[in-house]
Design a protein around this ligand. Structure first.
Ligand code: F6P
Length: 254
């Protein structure tokens, strides 16, 4: 029974891989829209993957959200990756404290026996504050770490869900709607073909930085997120996807 299931999932993983043109896909059983612990299973799978690739002295940039919080919850000491440094990929992005990148990053580092640095900046920022904050030496130092991260691990959300969760202004909501934004990641909103419709002005990782990181892992599941996952991967910025059966089956159905 177990073998049958395992081979069934490897076919599903291969189909998602072909559909999204990514290097590696992990699918866990279930649908996180319906069953809460499926998210924890994605977290466990993401940690398993991280354990297989991380090396000593590497830097890992993480984002916020509930999927990433599940990854942090599953973190264990990393015996093969000593002295790892965890950094938040970008600012708080309007999340609740427990789902903010800073919180998740500190929890991951503590459980992995690694180090962390945090970003203390409000967001969104005005152009003026943005310019002065990125000039601060302490911010500059951490920004350098973030932009040179060896591994990036992040969530993907549905555009409208995220704009509402962040209590975006009426103007931003309108822009997102008018631009037919479908997905959100790192504070960027993307349309169906993966073009950027709107970007939250905050410090940290910029989309271009993803191209220089060899390993960018997305963690996102649930049938309701299939469209968002599809949209985000149109421009191929991440090369690994950890997802669930709910999202995977919907992804290959389209
Ligand atoms: O706000 C941080 C973030 O990673 C977003 O970029 C992403 O859209 C969202 O969280 C995903 O959240 P969740 O895992 O809770 O769906």
């Amino acid at each position: 029974e177990f073998m049958k299931e395992a081979s069934g999932f490897s076919v599903l993983e291969q189909s998602v891989k072909d559909k999204l043109h990514v290097d590696h896909v992990i699918v866990v059983p279930g649908n996180s829209d319906e069953v809460d612990w499926v998210k924890q299973e994605m977290g466990k799978a993401a940690i398993g993957f991280l354990r297989s690739i991380l090396k000593n002295n590497q830097t890992i940039a993480v984002t916020g959200g509930t999927s990433m919080a599940a990854v942090a919850a599953m973190m264990t000491p990393l015996e093969n990756a000593k002295n790892c440094m965890f950094v938040p990929a970008r600012g708080g992005l309007g999340e609740r404290v427990e789902n903010q990148a800073n919180t998740i990053c500190a929890e991951m580092a503590n459980k992995a026996n690694g180090e962390y640095r945090l970003l203390h900046v409000p967001d969104p920022l005005s152009e003026e504050s943005y310019q002065s904050i990125i000039g601060e030496p302490s911010v500059k130092e951490i920004l350098q770490l973030i932009r040179q991260a060896d591994v990036v691990i992040h969530g993907i959300g549905d555009a409208m869900t995220m704009a509402e969760r962040r209590k975006a202004s009426e103007e931003v909501l309108q822009r997102i709607e008018a631009g037919n934004a479908v997905s959100e990641a790192f504070g960027y909103y993307f349309n169906k073909t993966g073009e950027v419709i709107h970007k939250v002005r905050t410090v940290g990782l910029q989309l271009e930085d993803l191209f220089s990181s060899q390993c960018v892992v997305a963690v996102a599941g649930g049938t309701s997120k299939a469209k968002a996952i599809m949209s985000y991967f149109q421009q191929g910025k991440s090369n690994v996807l950890v997802t669930d059966e709910g999202a995977a089956k919907e992804l290959i159905r389209e």
